[in-house]
Every structure is written in structure tokens, then in C-alpha cells.
Write a new protein. Structure first.
Length: 385
């Protein structure tokens, strides 16, 4: 019995449950913090669940909040499978949103069936370019992609600030001399279809479709096999004839494309205009960083990222209700989200160590070779003859 319990504890089933256990541990620590502030944890977490899933509108808001996280998280999965790390989701999302906005403002009277797909494609390509630049630097000059993607975030933010107070500023703001950094609203004809009376829009279903397509790409195509081969072992992939620099750059470009598409969907499905408070967070809501956690929670698998994104979307939406219900500082909500991030990332590292240990401890089929497994030599064959 004891041996079976040990085997179960070391099995991949526990690995799959680690993110859930990490979240429960983070919520337990959060409960202790709520008690220290004089709040009832049961009331607080009840309000969180009610705010995220208590009504049709709450569920719709959760799905809408989860949509950019899912796009970014799927992109993170692509980068990880290619052996690189993308921390540039914020900047790529901003660039994708800018590109989509420009298309919408350039053709205000165009047919929606043409303009909307064109804008989504522009966001996809804009994010791909913004992710592909660090990819090329990594592939050809071995520049650390973590540093380069973080710096590209800042370049994207400053470019957004310049455009929104200059070339792309809303003409109404110029007339009123208020100069609020935002663009004009795109044509209402370009709004993504919604499920009335909620805010749920077509972009959520597009995100799910893209997650499935990325799974097919990575595990059912030759290109995906090459990306994963490069991520697993670059030297072995190079020996097998795979162009390693090309697939490193491609994995970061595709990762950025997913984030760029998230920005385009945010414009046409939620915000309907581009705006800024001087930082990326003012527009993105930190979706570029929350998407990383969603990908880790989903075991860095595109299909696993779908429920993980919806969970974190619910956590973000329900946190507002929690704050109002028990009257705790807003900083506690940020801390609670941070605890989930720390615990989930910590368990991911633990999961990798467990997987490596299982590989080392697994008995080899060739530890005790049988005599029948030894191929006959030429001398033995001649003797039998």
C-alpha cells in the first residue's frame, strides 16, 4: 500500500494537479492576509466566485477578460516549444492593436467583411514583426531574448505614446484642446459580433480556435515537429538538418503574432479605440504578463492554456467584487494575483525536476540483456554451419 502511494505521488497525475494545488496554497496564504486585515476569508472568496461566475454577465465578463490572456498564453507555448522565452507580450499586443487601429481608421467606410479581417491580419503581422526582431537577434547574434523582448516592450509603449498625442490623436480632442491621448473611435460597423445582452464577442471563440490550430501546428505538422525539435535539443536538430536559427526566429515571430492578434481583438471587440495612460498597462491590463502565467498554469500546452486562461480571467474579474465586498485595499488584490503567480511558477520548476527524476530512475530495457538479444557473430554462424 505504501509503495502504491509513493508511485502515485511520483506519477504524472500529480504533475497535472500541481497548478491547482499551487493556486489553493496561494489562496490559503491570501486567506491569512485577509484575516490579518480583519476580513472574513469565506465572505471574500465567496464574493470572488460570485463576481466571476455568479451570473450570465459575470461569466461573459470572465470570458472577455480571459480572451487576451489566451492569445498571449498560446503564443508563449509556441516560444517555449521552440526553446526561447517571450516576455514581450505587452509590447507585441500594443503594436498589434496599433496596426489594427490604423486599418480601421484608414478605411472608415469600407465593408466590414473586408476591413475587419484585414485589421486582424494587420495585428497578427504587427505582432509577428515585433516578436520576430528579438527572434532574429537571438538566432543570428545570440542576444538574450528575455532582455530584448522586455526592451521592445518599452519601445512599443513610447511609440504608442507618441502616436496617440500626435499623428493618431482623436481630432475631437484637438478641437477641444483637451489632448487626451486616444484615437478616434473606429466605425461601429466594424465591432465584432456580440452575444446580446452580454459583452461576450466573437474574439473569444477566435482565441479558442487559434489555440486548437496551434496545437495542430505543433503536434501534427512537419513545421511544428521542427520547432519542437529545436526546443528540445538544438545540436541534435542541427545534426538532423533542421535550420535552427530560422526556427528560433520563427517561434518568436509566431509567439508575437498571437499577442498582436490579441491587441487587434481588444480594439474591435472591447475598446473600439486606442488609448494610453503613458504605460502599456493602461491599455493591456497586464494581459501580456498574465498570459505567461496562464501558459504555465496550462502546462505550456495550447489546449491546457484554454481553461487556465478562463480561470485567471475569473480571478481578475472576481477580484473587483472581492474588494468591494470586504473593503480591503486594492494592493491586496495585486498581492493575491502575485501569490498565484509565484506559487504556479514554483510548482512548474518542481514539475520539471520530477519529470527529470523519473527519466533518470526509469529502468532501462538494456540493463539485463538476454542472450537471445545478442546478435550472432559471423564466427558463430560459421560454427553452426
Amino acid at each position: 500500500m505504501k509503495q502504491r502511494l509513493i508511485e502515485f505521488w511520483n506519477s504524472p497525475v500529480i504533475d497535472a494537479l500541481l497548478p491547482v494545488l499551487a493556486t489553493l496554497a496561494a489562496l490559503l496564504v491570501g486567506a491569512l492576509m485577509l484575516l490579518a486585515l480583519g476580513a472574513n476569508p469565506l465572505v471574500a472568496y465567496g464574493a470572488l466566485l460570485d463576481g466571476a461566475f455568479g451570473s450570465l454577465n459575470s461569466i461573459a465578463d470572465t470570458l472577455v477578460r480571459a480572451t487576451p490572456l489566451l492569445f498571449v498564453g498560446v503564443g508563449i507555448c509556441i516560444a517555449f516549444r521552440g526553446g526561447v522565452t517571450n516576455i514581450g507580450g505587452e509590447g507585441q499586443l500594443v503594436v498589434g492593436a496599433l496596426c489594427a487601429t490604423m486599418v480601421g481608421l484608414t478605411f472608415p467606410d469600407g465593408p466590414a467583411l473586408v476591413v475587419v479581417p484585414l485589421a486582424l491580419l494587420a495585428g497578427f503581422l504587427g505582432g509577428a514583426v515585433w516578436g520576430g526582431i528579438p527572434g532574429l537577434l537571438k538566432a543570428h547574434f545570440n542576444v538574450n531574448e528575455i532582455l530584448s523582448t522586455v526592451m521592445m516592450n518599452q519601445i512599443a509603449v513610447q511609440g504608442m505614446n507618441f502616436l496617440l498625442i500626435g499623428p493618431l490623436i482623436d481630432p475631437v480632442q484637438l478641437e477641444r484642446a483637451s489632448r487626451i491621448p486616444q484615437t478616434a473611435r473606429i466605425s461601429a460597423a466594424f465591432d465584432l459580433p456580440r452575444l446580446a445582452p452580454t459583452r461576450l464577442h466573437l474574439g473569444t471563440f477566435l482565441a479558442i480556435v487559434m489555440a486548437v490550430l496551434v496545437y495542430i501546428l505543433l503536434w501534427r505538422t512537419t513545421l511544428g515537429y521542427r520547432i519542437r525539435a529545436v526546443g528540445l535539443n538544438r545540436e541534435a536538430a542541427r545534426y538532423a538538418g533542421i535550420n535552427v536559427p530560422r526556427h528560433i526566429a520563427l517561434s518568436l515571430a509566431l509567439s508575437g503574432a498571437m499577442a498582436g492578434l490579441a491587441g487587434a481583438v481588444q480594439i474591435f471587440g472591447v475598446n473600439f479605440r486606442m488609448f494610453t495612460d503613458g504605460s502599456a498597462t493602461g491599455f493591456t491590463g497586464s494581459a501580456g504578463f498574465h498570459g505567461i502565467v496562464a501558459a504555465l498554469f496550462g502546462q505550456l500546452h495550447p489546449l491546457g492554456t484554454i481553461p487556465a486562461s478562463f480561470f485567471f480571467g475569473g480571478l481578475l474579474v472576481g477580484a473587483n467584487r472581492l474588494q468591494r465586498a470586504v473593503q480591503v485595499p486594492a494592493a491586496l488584490i495585486v498581492t493575491l494575483n502575485g501569490l498565484v503567480v509565484v506559487f504556479v511558477v514554483g510548482t512548474e520548476l518542481w514539475r520539471q525536476q520530477r519529470a527529470r527524476r523519473r527519466v533518470v530512475e526509469r529502468p532501462s530495457e538494456h540493463d539485463e540483456p538476454s542472450l537471445t538479444a545478442i546478435p550472432p557473430t559471423a564466427a558463430s554462424l560459421e560454427g553452426k554451419a
